[in-house]
Design a protein around this ligand. Structure first.
Ligand SMILES: [Zn+2]
Length: 170
């Protein structure tokens, strides 16, 4: 009796340890049949795991898609900032979201008036001889620019973070 009682607990863990590697190490068909024969709880757990994987894939794919769409939209959307350079030096970075009129002094003392309105930057006045910058249409999209060659003023729309830089310039 004593020997059997001692043997029983010792045998059970050993049997449990030996049991799982059996079907797992064998070929997939054997494990499939083992799953079918196994308790329903085991199959439910397996299904949940598969569902989780699908969910993760969906979430991951969705997030990736969102990033892609965002990148595409941002690439085609109006820029948020305007960089103004005079003589090749950055003199001002302003937000397109705040309407304002900026008086610029170009190289050689010429003046230009840049108007930011409705998310667009437009050179409305200039005392340059060619008036090309004034004739140039308003810019609003990232990468667009207005150039006043005689005054060496370049106004370029960029997509930088508007709020922080804008707060610094004002
Ligand atoms: Zn000009």
């Amino acid at each position: 009796m004593d020997e059997k009682k001692k043997a029983a607990p010792a045998d059970l863990p050993a049997a449990q340890e030996n049991a799982p590697p059996g079907p797992e190490t064998s070929d997939p068909e054997a494990s499939d049949t083992a799953e079918k024969k196994a308790a329903p709880a085991g199959r439910i757990t397996l299904r949940l795991t598969r569902g989780d994987r699908r969910l993760l894939l969906l979430l991951g794919g969705g997030a990736l898609l969102c990033m892609l769409v965002q990148t595409i939209i941002l690439g085609h959307s109006p820029g948020s900032m305007v960089e103004i350079t005079v003589g090749g030096k950055l003199v001002q970075t302003v937000s397109l979201s705040t309407d304002r009129t900026i008086q610029l002094t170009g190289v050689g003392g010429g003046t230009n008036t840049l108007v930011i309105k409705n998310g667009k930057a437009d050179m409305t006045e200039a005392d340059c001889p060619d008036q090309i910058c004034v004739k140039h249409r308003a810019v609003s999209k990232k990468g667009e620019s207005i150039v006043c060659l005689p005054h060496q003023i370049v106004v370029t729309v960029t997509g930088g973070e508007a709020a922080e830089v804008d707060a610094g310039t004002q």
